[in-house]
Design a protein around this ligand. Structure first.
Ligand code: MTE
Length: 334
């Protein structure tokens, strides 16, 4: 993000047909009516990773079942799966879009521990299997708008962040939520090589105000396109806040801490005049080096597809979130 975006780092726009395949698969899963991956696996003696699917990298994703779909799903055309999983920002695995899929090939996510801690009455830890079995899994189709002015539409699988926070019972001192990505330089080459990792001081940290975290849109994703998350998309669990720029959607989370003070977040610390704490999608507040009025929607269209669209306030989610900021000057609190 600090690095100037180079056009030649972006994908060539090969057409793929995964949307129709995906729709068929959804029909099938709905028909089967499974409650979650663990339910599916219960009694088989298999772990999620043991059900490895074919893939061209050694990191395996596995089918994931869900029971709920959001009644108010958006109708934007989905970004093809092949693009969602190969055009990534995950600086721990390299600062160029095509590096995470390559450098995350051998990422190990099982065993995993996600700690919920801080200003709560009931701290708890989820292990790998519990990430998929502790909450009812739901599908949410959300727009993802990167601060670099490209966007995608992704069918996520996961659960409401609010459900996880409620389970921990925040106390009255809890005002913000701080998220931390795994710190493991042996597995994440960008954490030990400053050139590869874009000069970030790791671990990657993000934060939300508690009321933002409790908003119905705030989502913890454990899958996309009907399968567990690929490593490069933030396996095994990542945040998705669709009304905010993509850098808030922190990947591969190991700790969610309820805190009293506003956390210091990675991009805000690196360049406070460019990346704010709030980072709400706002076409009226430009990045100092480029306009935020429009975006390039990554679709299945060819190289010359007319895919430049106007950026919407709060990325089109104003109805659900504008209330959170009603007395704030959004030019100051960007
Ligand atoms: N989380 C971590 N830990 N490291 C990162 O570099 N990049 C962010 C966000 N989460 C990032 C991260 C940015 S800038 C964006 S746009 C989204 O992840 C991209 O998510 P995607 O690769 O799944 O599209």
């Amino acid at each position: 993000m600090l690095i100037k975006i180079k056009r030649n780092n972006e994908l060539t726009e090969n057409d793929v047909t995964d949307e129709s395949v995906y729709k068929e698969r959804r029909k099938l899963l709905k028909g089967l009516g499974f409650a979650g991956a663990s339910t599916l696996l219960a009694g088989t003696g298999l772990s999620l990773n043991a059900l490895a699917k074919d893939s061209d990298s050694s990191f395996k994703t596995t089918p994931l079942k869900f029971t709920k779909t959001n009644a108010k799903q958006i109708t934007d055309k989905l970004t093809p799966e092949a693009k969602v999983i190969s055009h990534n920002n995950f600086y721990e695995f390299g600062a160029k879009k095509d590096q995470p899929i390559e450098y995350a090939k051998n990422f190990k996510v099982d065993p995993w521990q996600l700690k919920i801690t801080g200003e709560v009455n009931k701290p708890f830890t989820l292990d790998y299997e519990q990430l998929f079995s502790s909450f009812e899994l739901e599908e949410r189709i959300y727009r993802l708008r990167c601060v670099e002015a490209w966007s995608m539409v992704i069918p996520w699988l996961g659960f409401r962040l609010a459900d996880l926070i409620k389970k921990a019972e925040p106390n009255s001192d809890a005002k913000y939520v701080k998220f931390k990505t795994l710190y493991d330089p042996k597995q994440m080459p960008g954490q030990s090589n400053r050139y590869l990792g874009g000069g970030i001081n790791y671990p990657y940290v993000e934060g939300l105000r508690l009321d933002e975290a409790m908003n119905d849109l705030s989502f913890l994703s454990v899958g996309l396109y009907g399968k567990t998350l690929p490593a490069q998309n933030g396996a095994p669990i990542r945040l998705v806040t669709p009304w905010k720029y993509g850098f808030k959607s922190i990947k591969s989370i190991v700790e969610i801490e309820l805190v009293t003070r506003k956390p210091k977040t990675t991009w805000n610390k690196l360049a406070p005049n460019e990346y704010g704490f709030y980072a709400n999608v706002n076409p009226n507040v430009d990045h100092p080096r480029w306009s935020q009025a429009s975006e390039r929607r990554i679709t299945s269209g060819g190289l010359f597809a007319r895919n430049r669209i106007e950026t919407q306030m709060f990325n089109g989610y104003a109805e659900q979130v504008a209330e959170l900021y009603k007395n704030m000057n959004l030019k100051r609190y960007y």
